[in-house]
Design a protein around this ligand. Structure first.
Ligand code: AMP
Length: 485
């Protein structure tokens, strides 16, 4: 069915054509006529299915009639994260370019005053995260009594993030007679309860998971040790050895690990940015922009921050941690293999993860193949040593511990004085994946070269058994040694 049969206005159809959309996706085809008929819609769909345009296009058509009044938005879209809210705004900008509508973004982490000024001017489409929306409401800066249409997007993610009480409150603040469009990828009991409470005789529209999660993504599992530094070793080898690598999102389960892994990757010469919920909005936007425009090739992210991100050209997803919820696995790997491209998703699996993997395989209805890890040759023992201690410390300010007193190698010194993009291993690196070539791909070197490059032997790591001694290390060697500051 063409877009022109869905009942959309000429202005919207022109914008859709200009955006390069030729045929509606199943969720658009099924939902748009009902939205235009002013029915409540319960859409069971996840990102990647085209669900955003399933509500923005009919909203634009409907908003052509009428005008907004100061502080009284006509429509309200709730999103769980700032990034998703910004993405919806982009969709309005693209599809609403023939309209003169006021679209405002009300999200945390940015100035209240600018948002307040926008609300004052009158808003046709208000896209908001629940917390900041309620802040404005409580300050008396916003009235919700003129909202004709409410969109609740990514409801199951709202549940995960603890936003359900806010959603319930907002649903009671908007008029009872409004139209409601409700989107969720899954229907846990709490979500079902909300739909029963706040939707009026909704049309249920359900679309399958985007085909990309199955067919266009190569999924693999790789065994690793339990410790963080072992997983980081594995990750670096995977990135360096990845075929057709362009860029990757690396997922961690915890924000703290996002920050630590990011530091580690940068220390190893990778071009990486971090994205997690504790960063302020400008840092989040900067990280995302630099990944989108290719300035950085690795984005280390938490689930919440990266959920639903629409970046069309991500070649790889690495799960540094196996996600706690199997659903998150589907969301994570769905960041690659988008927009007709193929992608690869590799999950690093520690000894304690086998149960979680079984649950994931059950959810996706297929077994994921294991691949062997490549040789244990890493190229930057100096960076390794520095971060081995990272596992055990918070940054110290008293000069003890940390990187300052670790044993320095000549190569260290050399790296110290070079700009980051010229540091070893960057010199050897500029081949595959914008980084150090994998062990098997290094240019041939003479023995003398090799000897020159070889750094002084690192001091033994206290948390790791000595491989040469078969792991049998006398206890006194494991005792921490005090060094003079
Ligand atoms: P969403 O599920 O809303 O995050 O959309 C996923 C991606 O599909 C976005 O990049 C949209 O721009 C794109 N998209 C949405 N609708 C269509 C369509 N009818 N044809 C082609 N691409 C689309």
């Amino acid at each position: 069915m063409p877009f022109s049969n869905l009942g959309l206005s000429d202005k919207v159809l022109a914008a859709v054509e200009a955006a390069g959309y030729t045929t509606p996706t199943p969720i658009q085809e099924q939902a748009i006529p009902h939205v235009l008929a002013r029915r409540d819609v319960l859409g069971i769909a996840q990102t990647g299915t085209g669900k955003t345009a399933a509500f923005t296009l009919p909203m634009l058509t409907m908003l052509e009639q009428g005008r907004a009044r100061a502080r009284m938005p006509r429509t309200l879209i709730l999103e769980p994260t700032r990034e998703l809210a910004a993405q919806v705004q982009e969709n309005f900008d693209m599809c609403g370019k023939n309209h003169k509508l006021n679209v405002a973004l009300i999200i945390g982490g940015v100035s209240f005053d600018d948002q307040d000024a926008k609300l004052m001017r009158g808003v046709d489409v208000l896209i908001a995260t629940p917390g900041r929306l309620l802040d404005h409401f409580e300050r008396g800066r916003l009235l919700m009594s003129s909202v004709e249409l409410l969109v609740i997007d990514e409801a199951d993610r709202m549940l995960d993030m603890g936003f359900i009480p806010d959603i319930e409150r907002i649903c009671k603040l908007v008029p009872f007679t409004r139209q409601t469009l409700f989107f969720t990828a899954t229907m846990p009991p709490e979500i079902r309860h909300i739909t029963e409470q706040f939707l009026h005789n909704p049309v249920k529209v359900e679309v399958a998971k985007p085909a990309s999660t199955v067919s266009s993504i190569t999924q693999r599992l790789v065994k690793s040790g339990r410790e963080s530094h072992e997983k980081r070793d594995t990750l670096r080898r995977l990135i360096r050895g990845a075929d057709s690598f362009k860029n990757a999102i690396v997922f961690c389960n915890r924000k703290r690990d996002v920050a630590q892994l990011h530091r580690s990757l940068v220390r190893h010469g990778f071009n990486a940015a971090a994205l997690h919920g504790d960063m302020d909005q400008s840092a989040r936007t900067a990280a995302l922009d630099s990944f989108r425009n290719g300035t950085v090739t690795l984005l280390v992210a938490s689930d919440v921050a990266a959920r639903g991100l629409d970046i069309p050209d991500v070649s790889h997803v690495f799960n540094f941690d196996v996600p706690v919820h199997a659903d998150d696995y589907v969301h994570r790997i769905g960041r690659t293999g988008r927009a007709g491209k193929t992608g690869t998703a590799i999950t690093i699996v520690g000894p304690a993860d086998s149960k979680a993997i079984t649950t994931i395989e059950k959810l996706i209805g297929q077994d994921i193949a294991w691949v062997a890890d490549t040789a244990h040759a890493d190229t930057d023992p100096a960076a390794d040593r520095s971060e081995a201690s990272d596992d055990h410390r918070e940054p110290r300010r008293n000069g003890r511990g940390g990187g300052r007193h670790r044993h320095r190698t000549p190569r260290d010194e050399e790296q110290h004085h070079r700009p980051p993009d010229q540091r070893q291993p960057a010199a050897a690196r500029q081949g595959q994946n914008g980084h150090t070539a994998p062990a098997g791909h290094r240019a041939p070197v003479t023995r003398i070269d090799e000897a020159r490059r070889r750094p002084a032997p690192p001091p033994p790591r206290l948390h790791e058994p000595l491989e040469q001694s078969g792991g049998h290390l006398p206890a006194f060697l494991l005792r921490p040694v005090r060094s003079k500051a």
